[in-house]
Design a protein around this ligand. Structure first.
Ligand SMILES: [Zn+2]
Length: 353
């Protein structure tokens, strides 16, 4: 089996593409540079595969929190198109005095701690250091996980603010790393939409955990924290109501379906990895809001992620997630009846297909 590093960007290509056509000249320029840079960093992907645990089926939920042995390394890239330009703050270092460096340092502790509570020691479950690059590029309107480390652009300040200032962005990107070292879902078509979906699940679960929110307090939005003054009030995705996150001339209209009947079959976005993920996202929202809550639902999803495989499709994921729910009911982690709750949530979005 070959394992691929995911080069996963936060802003989907259709959003940058629309901005490159519809924005004013400055926006067009920034969108083009950002899209081009996304392409460049995809092309520079190394061929070496990460060390991934062998076969992943049958992995149980850890019963105790994992030790935290991963150190944080925050790099100030000084607006260059390079990573790891200057180490600004390592583990245990005092405040650096740059808002993005220090914010990212703090958020990384939250995300690292969240996964430790799930029994996972860092992204690879072997204590790999968390390398976080801020001030990457000029007006760079994106963030990404490149298979080894994370990068955050400053945004242009008008449409997108700094990507380093959003916990949801970091949790989403770090979860791409966790996926890489577990199910290693191919970043294409349904397996790719599952990859995106799991990142949105942990993005929202970690944000709700940090803010101590109930399912009713939570906004269930992805990307609302990075919207600048021009697009204030919009978001990139809504897990509660996929397809309603944005509708404006600059970004276009949110293309996410909320049900299998509206499944996107086209070639864009790696065959819809950021599009069809809406269907799975809606199912997660329905399961979480039907009594069990976001954190218990996230435990089920995390259990499933460790038991999925690179080419898994939506139906496979439904089967494994339902099986995970059953296992965690048996272990007393989630209440009786949860298996049925999860099954019904999928049924409402037309799954299994
Ligand atoms: Zn993503």
């Amino acid at each position: 089996m070959t394992f691929h590093k995911c080069n996963c960007h936060y802003i989907p290509p259709h959003v940058l593409g629309n901005m490159a056509k519809k924005g004013d000249p400055a926006v067009r320029q920034a969108a083009r540079t950002s899209a081009q840079q996304a392409k460049l960093s995809r092309e520079k992907r190394g061929v070496q595969a990460p060390k991934v645990p062998e076969m992943l089926t049958g992995i149980a939920m850890a019963t105790a929190p994992a030790p935290v042995t991963a150190a944080r390394e925050v790099y100030d890239c000084q607006n260059k198109w390079e990573l790891r330009v200057k180490l600004a703050r390592g583990e245990g270092d005092p405040e650096f005095g740059d808002d993005d460096v220090d914010t990212v340092y703090g958020y990384a502790e939250t995300v690292r701690g969240y996964f430790a509570e799930l029994g996972r020691n860092s992204i690879d479950n072997a204590g790999m250091n968390l390398r976080l690059n801020v001030h990457v590029g000029e007006n760079y309107m994106n963030a990404f996980w490149d298979g080894d480390e994370m990068a955050f652009g400053d945004g242009d300040g008008q449409i997108f603010t700094s990507f380093a200032q959003s916990l949801d962005v970091m949790a989403h990107e770090m979860a791409h790393g966790v996926t890489q070292f577990t199910a290693n879902l191919d970043y294409y078509s349904q397996s790719g939409a599952l990859n995106e979906h799991f990142s949105d699940v942990f993005g929202t679960a970690i944000t709700q955990y940090k803010l101590n929110q109930t399912v009713d307090d939570a906004d269930w939005l992805i990307g609302n924290e990075i919207m600048g003054p021009t697009l204030y009030g919009e978001a990139l995705r809504s897990m509660k109501a996929p397809g309603t996150a944005y509708d404006n001339p600059l970004l276009g209209k949110d293309p996410q379906p909320a049900h299998m009947k509206d499944y996107y079959n086209g070639p864009n976005d790696n065959r819809g990895v950021h599009i069809n993920s809406g269907i799975m996202n809606r199912a997660f929202y329905l399961a979480a809001t039907d009594q069990i809550g976001t954190q218990k639902a996230a435990k089920i999803w995390y259990h499933a992620l460790q038991n999925l495989w690179p080419t898994a499709d939506f139906d496979d994921a439904v089967e494994i997630i339902v099986e995970s729910a059953r296992t965690l009911v048996g272990d007393g982690v989630v209440p009786e009846g949860t298996t049925q709750t999860v099954r019904l949530a999928f049924k409402e979005v037309g799954l299994p297909s």
